[in-house]
Design a protein around this ligand. Sequence first.
Ligand SMILES: *Cc1c(COP(=O)(O)O)cnc(C)c1O
Length: 339
Amino acid sequence: MSDNFSDDLIISTKNQHAGRIITQLSELLAILALDAKSLGVDVAPDFALKVPYAFVQKMQKGDKNDPLLRQVLPIIDEKNCVQGYELDPLQEKKFNTIKGLLHKYPSRVLITLTGACMVHCRYCFRQHFDYGANLPDDDTKAQIIDYINKNQQINEIILSGGDPLSLSNRRLFLWLDAFCQTHVATIRLHTRVPIVNPCRIDDELLDKLAQLTLQKNIIMVVHTNHANEIDEFTKNILLNIKKTGVTLLNQTVLLKGVNDNVNTLVNLSHRLFESGVLPYYLHILDKVQGSAHFDVPVQKAIELYWAMLGKLSGYLVPKLVQELPNCLYKTPIDIYKQM
Ligand SMILES: *Cc1c(COP(=O)(O)O)cnc(C)c1O
């Protein structure tokens, strides 16, 4: 991922750590009182370590198996070459007709506004994506708007990345205003920022979201894998977003050693709901190179899913899906398989 936009990040001055992003392994381990030796850490990973201080604060000191730490700590297992794990598992390239625009599902387009993200999730399926060659500039912006205007079957624009909230408000609002002028009914933001760096959600952004909801349906899909990611501050930020009129949904990736346990998934759904967020998707891991150690077999996922159905209200059960390269929707997992 490119970090071209990191100078554009909002750094809050509320406290000395707010908004700060950790990229040094030694600093991360010092905060958590952990020793590199016992962890199997990769000190020179291809995909750099990057995690906001606010997310590290939610980890348990001294616990090398902390489910939040596992999501961001580079380990040597990532260098294992495992058959079936690829650089571009979703084969998205062919749907990428204009720089920054991905039109795979007929009724909605996905725009990769930036390659920058505030957190480098080790299982990120776009970790090998060449953002440098694919970022929209001013020329492509006009092309993107023109493309949307000419395709009346598109009724939703999804802002993705990287993470669209790693842009400054100024840059983000220019895009949002342009998309507001189109015919689409719905604008959706895919972002992990409210979870990993909640102080980025400032009043200016909340005001803008409130204004936008008067013109379009505004949806925000956050990404949370474990209830520990939502502390009280994060919960209040999510509730503030909800108050603007935005519909809040969550996607989770099923990850071995992080959330492959029914109680963990049940607690997550309850915690999301307390925070004004409904579970949307539970994804089977995309088979991206370097992520094989996170794999949960589909059969185990199906068992977990049935167990969740037994414990949760229907609206708290996310859809269990898998992304297949040539399929024009997220494919539901067949939960009756081999029963
Ligand atoms: C996931 C995804 C979407 C959104 O799909 P929904 O099922 O509507 O959430 C759109 N475009 C692409 C390329 C996607 O990967």
